[in-house]
Design a protein around this ligand. Sequence first.
Ligand code: ZN
Length: 182
Amino acid sequence: MVFPTPDDGADAPIEFSSDTFLMEQALRQARRAFQAGEVPVGAIIVQGSTIIARAHNQVETLRDATAHAEMLALSQAQEALGDWRLTDCDLYVTKEPCPMCAGAIVHCRIRRVIFGVGDSKGGAAGGLLNLLQQPTLNHRSEITPGVLEAESLAILQSFFRAAREAAKEKRSNLGPENPELS
Ligand code: ZN
């Protein structure tokens, strides 16, 4: 079985059901976010051997603070299945989900969440807190952390490095010799 050709379709699918292969598909989405000037996080949702949703962070593009990759992927998956219950679906995301996304993941009853880089400051899949496995909630998701962690971290780091340099550049162009720009 072969997945529908993702994005540029350059790669031949090998080990296409492995977590590594599927996280690479999420990373492709993260690269799209990067190219669009968005914080580069990507997500996909898989049911059986089919990718039913692919999304990247679009907070700036949509001017919507809730437009995280996971939220957009969950909506796509619900649309694809015609059901809000995603009980046999797995979500791959390049960065540990935040509390908003983790809450939505539990509401949608995602079976398993696989993420790249953890987030000890804001992650809700065991980093800061673990909303995905709260005994009192009516659903718990399995968690697999650290898949393609280095790649998932590297794209975030290069994004924020570029953003800092752009901000520095802007400040240095806003000297007293350019008062109209300040
Ligand atoms: Zn989120």
